[in-house]
Design a protein around this ligand. Sequence first.
Ligand code: NDP
Length: 242
Amino acid sequence: MPSPDKPLIVITGAGSGIGAATARAFAGLGHPLLLLARRVDRLEALGLPSALARAVDVTDAKALAAAVEEAEAIFGPADAIVNNAGVMLLGEVAEQPAEEWDRMLDVNVRGLLNGVRTVLPGMIGRGRGTIVNVGSVAGRKGYPNHTVYVGTKFAVHAMSENLRAEVAGHGVRVTTIAPGVVETELLSHTTDEAIKADYQAYKESTDALTPEDVAAAIQYAYEAPQRVCIREIVLAATAQDS
Ligand code: NDP
């Protein structure tokens, strides 16, 4: 049940996969939640207590800010945001439609920045807060057919490193979570069927992480004392060899 002394946590991309597991984890700790994704029915289907669900595309900074303002009016200031919304459209640069590059850059990079800026001034004002950015092992090294996706995730890692230094003096923590392969809907949006089939076969061979494995890492980082910043957690299935 929600606890009156637990602060608001904002989660983007909370309708499935890692975001949904993270929402369940923090609801279990008694936090009120603002859950964001484009498909509000998926957010509502989680059935979590003290959770405001809003259909927000993270590329729409105004809609994101309005939803956070609405949630803060009900539950008080956001103590953390989990910038998790993301898309992975695998492809070769010579073949892939440029619209797919744009979508990954817009959601994974600009959308994440929108999430950061929506909560950051308030956190700086209060002298505390936690920003969790979901990167990837693909934010640390390259993989076949991942060129643009890797670019977006390297950007997440690089910006998080720099932001951490920028806000350290204000008591705000920045954590990067870098999972390997996780069993979610992420791959389903790739349009190249051959690449999708190859990746699916690889996923099955690795005994992929579950969304709950990643949610547990996010929870661990958030629950550390405020003076401790878990800067980065890289986690992958033991069987993942890349
Ligand atoms: P899912 O596809 O299951 O979840 C992605 C979530 O993001 C959905 O809730 C989706 O909801 C939401 N989303 C997508 N686009 C937007 C948008 N424009 N605005 C708001 N929400 C959006 O995948 P995962 O759980 O795997 O992905 C979560 C994060 O984890 C991503 O950043 C991904 O890059 C990262 N990651 C995943 C790995 C994996 O192997 N699965 C490995 C490493 C990192 P809706 O469509 O309703 O908007």
